[in-house]
Design a binder for this molecule. Sequence first.
Ligand code: ASP
Ligand code: MG
Length: 275
Amino acid sequence: MKVLKFGGGCLKDAEAIKKLPNILKKYENNIIVVISAFGKLTNLLEDISSKRTVDFSRLHVVFTNIMKGLSFDKKNILKILNLIKPLDNSNAAILAIGELISSQILSYYLHKHLISHTLCNATGIIKTSNKGISASVDWEETNHRLEGIKDKIAKDNNSIVLTQGFIASYSRGKECEISCLGREGSDYSAAILGNIFNVEEVVLFKDVDGIYSSDPKKNKQAKLFHTLSYNQAFDLCNNGNTVVHPKTIKPLKEKKIPLVIKNFNNIDLPGTVIS
Ligand code: ASP
Ligand code: MG
């Protein structure tokens, strides 16, 4: 089993999203597909949540354009737009809309392309020990939630589970609230699932070839690392290299699971392998 994670930078518009079915077809085995909100939608949602009156009209426009680009019919566009509402009163619930609606759209698109899969809501499986948009994972509870799914996946040899990165939930007794794992946290979600399912590898698809010694967009001399140790990657990610979220390395190092960074637009390139 592998975890494949696609960030917002890859899934930035309808044309980019159309590449996803073919990429998934290249991975025949059991896969868990983790996605983040399309493009820079979380920034937009952060802005929306900071206003006194919450108004989702700008979000409607972005999602409508993407769905039109994917040739969704009017009825389905309206059905999905109707789902745009926060699940509770928290700021985290507003940010979570990005991942929740993006995954609904992708799920519908993949079904249209006959890629059968199960859409699994991450807020029901990734649990945090506190509230907020930068909450800490409750590993024990998350492990417990994933037990049932583990059996299901193990039985089905060709399954695809589609889920959201970044979003989670907090509960105590009857109280339950949406939480998030910190901005850009969907790499970390992929690592959490990789650790718990003890997968063969975790692949993060990005809009760059891999991890560079410095930002290749700013520095022509930047060197691409083909391989890195967990410790080297940990140091880079914790010292300003923003390609991979810093929390991603530890859960994978713990179980010696390789982490591969690949270019979404050129998946035949080897990328950077961290092991
Ligand atoms: N969509 C979230 C964010 O932009 C999570 C992620 O992209 O990893 O922060
Ligand atoms: Mg994002």
